[in-house]
Ligand binder design. Structure first.
Ligand SMILES: Cc1cc2nc3c(=O)[nH]c(=O)nc-3n(C[C@H](O)[C@H](O)[C@H](O)COP(=O)(O)O)c2cc1C
Length: 361
C-alpha cells in the first residue's frame, strides 16, 4: 500500500484522508493569510537547476557530517508537537524510521513521549532536543539535563515561538485544542504544576505554565549551561544570524516555522544565500520550511545549507502508516535526491555547489 505513494504529495493526500479535519488543519495550516506557507513552496519552485553532464557518478555518497556525527543523508526530522494526534506510536515511530535511515531526529518540549522514553524506545538513532523555555531557569536547566542524560547530541532553542499563540486562523475557527489522549511528557518532572493535569487536563496545565521568552541576554547563559552543540531555530535575517554566531552558538536553523508563526516573512530558502554569505564559514547552517522534493534538498545545499529538516512530511508519513509511513517519506526524498545528484553530475554532498542553481531575477 505505501509503495503506491510515489511522492510526498501522495503521502500528504493519504494522510489527509486519515486525520480528523480539525487536527489536519492544525498540521497543515499557517498563520493568518498563510502567505508565507505558500511562499515556502513557491520559492523552491522558482529556483532552476543547471545540470552538468559526462561526470562519473557511478559511485555516490549521500553521507555528511554534523558536529562530528556522520549521517546517511543531509536530512533531519524537524521537531513537531503532538505527533500522538496522528498515530499512537507517535515519536517512537518517527525516531525508529529516522534511525533505520541513519538520520538525526529532533524532538522537543511538545512531544507526547519524554525524551528519555524516546531514547529508550526510538530505535537508538541520534537525537537532538528542541527546547521551548518555560517557567524559570531551573525548569530550563532540568530540561537540558534530562536531554543530556538521554544521550541527545545537540540542543535546539526555538526562538520564533513557543511563548505566544500565533494567529493560526484555522485553529481559531475550529476551536482546536490538544486532544485528550495527547500528553506532553517532557513537561513532567521538571517542577511545573502537574496537579492541574489531574483536575482539568493539559489545557489547564499549559495555561498555568508561564513562558520564559528568551532574549539575547539569555543566549550566553544557555550557551554556558551545556557542552552540547547549541543551535537557534527560527533565524531569518543576516543581522540575527551574525548576532547569534557572535553569541557563541554552534549552528543556526534558518526557518519560518513552516509559515506557522508570523505571516508575510520571506521563504527561508530566499534568505539563505545572504545568511550563508555572512556567516556560512563560521557556523553550521541548517534550513527548513517547504522542503517537499529531493531537488529542494539539493537547492538548499547548493545555496549554503549543511543539511535541511522536514516538518510536515514526517507527520504525513506517520498518519499514513506509522513507522513505515515515516520510513517511506525519507526513502522518497533519498531516492529523489540521489536521482538529482546523478543527473546534475554531483556524486557527493560536498560536490553540490552554487553553480548548480539559478535564482529568479
Ligand atoms: C504540526 C507542527 C508542529 C510543530 N511543532 C513545533 C515545535 O514544537 N517546535 C518547533 O521548534 N517547531 C515546530 N514546528 C515547526 C517545524 O519544526 C518546522 O520548522 C516546520 O514544520 C518546517 O516546515 P515544513 O513543515 O514545511 O517542513 C511544528 C510544525 C508543525 C507542522
Amino acid at each position: 500500500m505505501l509503495e503506491q505513494l510515489i511522492n510526498l504529495a501522495d503521502v500528504e493526500a493519504r494522510a489527509r484522508s486519515m486525520v480528523r479535519p480539525a487536527d489536519w488543519d492544525y498540521i497543515a495550516g499557517g498563520a493568518e493569510d498563510e502567505l508565507t506557507l505558500d511562499w515556502n513552496i513557491a520559492a523552491f519552485r522558482r529556483i532552476r537547476l543547471r545540470p552538468r553532464v559526462l561526470v562519473d557518478v557511478s559511485r555516490r555518497d549521500l553521507t555528511t557530517t554534523l558536529f562530528g556525527r556522520r549521517i546517511a543523508l543531509p536530512l533531519l526530522i524537524a521537531p513537531t508537537s503532538h505527533q500522538r494526534m496522528v498515530h499512537p506510536d507517535a515519536e517512537f515511530a518517527t525516531a525508529r524510521a529516522a534511525a533505520a535511515h541513519g538520520i538525526i531526529s529532533v524532538f522537543g518540549t511538545g512531544a507526547h513521549y519524554a525524551i528519555d522514553e524516546i531514547a529508550a524506545h526510538g530505535g537508538g538513532g541520534p537525537l537532538w532536543f528542541q527546547l521551548y523555555c518555560y517557567a524559570s531557569r531551573e525548569v530550563v536547566t532540568r530540561h537540558i539535563r534530562r536531554a543530556e542524560q538521554a544521550g541527545c547530541e545537540a540542543i535546539v532553542v526555538t526562538v520564533d515561538g513557543g511563548h505566544y499563540h500565533a494567529r493560526r486562523e484555522r485553529n481559531l475557527r475550529n476551536g482546536w485544542s490538544i486532544p485528550a489522549d495527547v500528553e506532553l511528557r517532557n513537561l513532567l518532572g521538571v517542577g511545573l504544576p502537574e496537579h492541574l493535569i489531574a483536575s482539568d487536563g493539559y489545557p489547564a496545565f499549559l495555561a498555568a505554565v508561564p513562558a520564559l521568552p528568551p532574549t539575547w541576554d539569555d543566549i550566553g547563559w544557555l550557551r554556558s549551561l551545556t557542552r552540547l552543540p547549541l543551535l537557534l531555530k527560527g533565524i531569518m535575517t543576516v543581522e540575527d544570524a551574525c548576532r547569534a554566531v557572535d553569541a557563541g552558538v554552534d549552528g543556526l536553523i534558518i526557518s519560518n516555522h513552516g509559515g506557522r508563526q508570523i505571516d508575510g516573512t520571506e521563504a527561508s530558502i530566499e534568505v539563505l544565500p545572504a545568511i550563508a554569505a555572512a556567516v556560512g564559514g563560521r557556523t553550521t547552517l541548517l534550513l527548513d520550511s517547504g522542503i517537499r522534493r529531493g531537488t529542494d534538498v539539493l537547492k538548499a545545499l547548493a545555496l549554503g545549507a549543511n543539511a535541511v529538516l522536514i516538518g510536515r512530511p514526517p507527520l504525513w508519513g506517520l498518519a499514513a502508516g506509522g513507522e513505515a509511513g515515516v520510513h517511506r517519506v525519507v526513502a522518497i526524498l533519498r531516492d529523489e535526491l540521489e536521482t538529482a545528484m546523478i543527473q546534475l553530475g554531483r556524486p557527493t554532498i560536498a560536490s553540490i555547489d552554487r553553480s548548480l542553481v539559478v535564482l529568479p531575477s
